[in-house]
Design a protein around this ligand. Structure first.
Ligand SMILES: CC(=O)N[C@H]1[C@@H](OP(=O)(O)OP(=O)(O)OC[C@H]2O[C@@H](n3ccc(=O)[nH]c3=O)[C@H](O)[C@@H]2O)O[C@H](CO)[C@@H](O)[C@@H]1O
Ligand SMILES: C=C(OP(=O)(O)O)C(=O)O
Length: 418
């Protein structure tokens, strides 16, 4: 298993490009199942989750081609299986996103229930309930969601909570349903909006994406389209937390600062000096950060996917911060590893109290999930001496060449392959 070795203490300086968003690219690749024509997608990041999705689609008979760069084409004109097996689904929850498209276009699907995940239980009951409301005959058997429908019928669906992939799955199902579907309490995340924009290019009739009420008028068929995946706001935010923690002066190109309001405002509160253009962000930090309180919320609130990284910054900040995680019940796995680096953090249920320390000291730590890994890397950049981050396969799920990008900014970080 690969590890990262970081020697802390270097300030970050320079310019890097932000990759396409994992959480936009994953549903968008699954949307390829909705048409027999080709989807051409650009700015698709090179990540393990993307390879897993392409493998999953490939196993169903979808033709997936990836060029040397970041363009992927998907043609789902000769499917051989309408099934997502456990072996692939267990490594990536987003595989549940094939359910809506398969059911809508082919009238049946058999998708393994996603396995347990480190950050919470993450059931898919809202996906299932929503598809049933659209007329699917849907049940769980032997660990699989098994669904059938002649043609889905539009309905008004109000999910019990805001769910990002739930909204995406139901939106992809509803675009080919007969009549109108209204998704109430819908997720407003930029990745949901990006998926809707792609579906509209494919001929779907969608309004209200970006609000909590999405209205979809079903059409008979969709066609091919070309689409550029939006920039990854979580990757960009992670690099900003890195410069906030290690200090320095960086510029992020190909970014989407308009999707990052909550993160940019918290980092400004922490003392970073930030300037943005349409697609770039410049950030500098030349002092100890100030501790910032925050609670995670659905978009446009502060993203749960940024919680661990901003906590890393708070570990060395001046003052005490109170963090409340409201989205996932078990998303503090990084805390025990940050403690190994010398952080001072107490957890009580959903609340973490971080008392900023003057210095962290390098140690061997273990990544437990994707954003936890990023927080350990960020802490390692500021820690005195050497930090070894183990189990970085989590990191590789969602960050494109993170160590290369950090090295380009002057960090002392190397991958140790084994
Ligand atoms: C691939 C992808 O886009 N992943 C993102 C997506 O995950 P994901 O879409 O899985 O997260 P959800 O928005 O669905 O989860 C929000 C909350 O609702 C609960 N819930 C969700 C669905 C359901 O059927 N029943 C239920 O109880 C979840 O357990 C969680 O507590 O949004 C999360 C919240 O912004 C992010 O952290 C993930 O990075
Ligand atoms: C939790 C995340 O991803 P996933 O939903 O794919 O597990 C994430 O991107 O931080």
């Amino acid at each position: 298993m690969d590890k990262l070795r970081i020697t802390g203490g270097s300030q970050l300086k320079g310019e890097i490009s932000v990759s396409g968003a994992k959480n936009a690219a994953l549903p968008i690749l699954c949307a390829g199942l909705l048409t027999a024509d080709t989807l051409t997608l650009t700015n698709v990041p090179r990540l393990n989750d993307i390879s897993t999705t392409l493998k999953l689609l490939g196993q169903m008979g979808v033709r997936c081609e990836r060029d040397e760069g970041n363009t992927v084409s998907i043609t789902a004109n000769q499917l051989t299986a309408l099934e997502a097996p456990y072996e692939l689904v267990k490594t990536m929850r987003a595989s549940i996103l094939v359910l809506g498209p398969l059911l809508a276009r082919f009238g049946e699907a058999r998708v393994s229930l996603p396995g347990g995940c480190a950050i919470g239980q993450r059931p898919v009951d809202q996906h299932i309930r929503g598809l049933a409301a659209l007329g699917a005959d849907i049940r769980i058997e032997h660990g699989f969601v098994i669904a059938k429908a002649k043609r889905l019928q539009g309905a008004v669906i109000r999910t019990d909570m805001v769910t990002v992939t739930g909204t995406e799955n139901l939106m992809m199902a509803a675009v080919l349903a007969e009549g109108q579907t209204v998704l109430e309490n819908a997720a407003r995340e930029p990745e949901v909006v990006d998926l809707a924009e792609l579906l509209i290019k494919m001929g779907a009739r969608i309004k209200g994406h970006g609000t909590d009420r999405i209205v979809i008028d079903g059409v008979q068929a969709l066609h091919g389209a070309t689409h550029r995946v939006i920039a990854d706001r979580i990757e960009a935010g992670s690099f900003l937390c890195a410069v906030g923690t290690a200090g320095g002066d960086i510029t992020l190109r190909d970014a989407a600062p308009q999707t990052m309001g909550a993160t940019l405002s918290k980092l400004t509160e922490a003392g970073l000096s930030i300037t943005c253009g349409d697609d770039w962000i410049q950030a500098s930090m030349h002092k100890r950060p100030r501790a910032v309180d925050f609670r995670t919320q659905e978009y446009p609130g502060f993203a749960t996917d940024m919680q661990a990284q901003l906590m890393a910054l708070n570990t060395i900040a001046e003052g005490t911060s109170v963090i409340v995680e409201t989205i996932f019940e078990n998303r503090y796995m990084h805390v025990q590893e940050l403690l190994r680096l010398g952080a001072n953090i107490d957890i009580d249920g959903h609340t973490a109290v971080v008392r900023g320390v003057q210095k962290l000291s390098g140690a061997t730590v273990m990544a437990t999930d994707l954003r936890a890994s990023a927080s350990l890397v960020i802490a390692g950049l500021a820690a005195e001496g050497e930090t070894l981050v183990e189990r970085i396969y989590h990191l590789d799920r969602g960050y494109e060449r993170m160590e290369h990008k950090l090295r380009a900014l002057g960090a002392n970080i190397v991958r140790i392959s084994s």
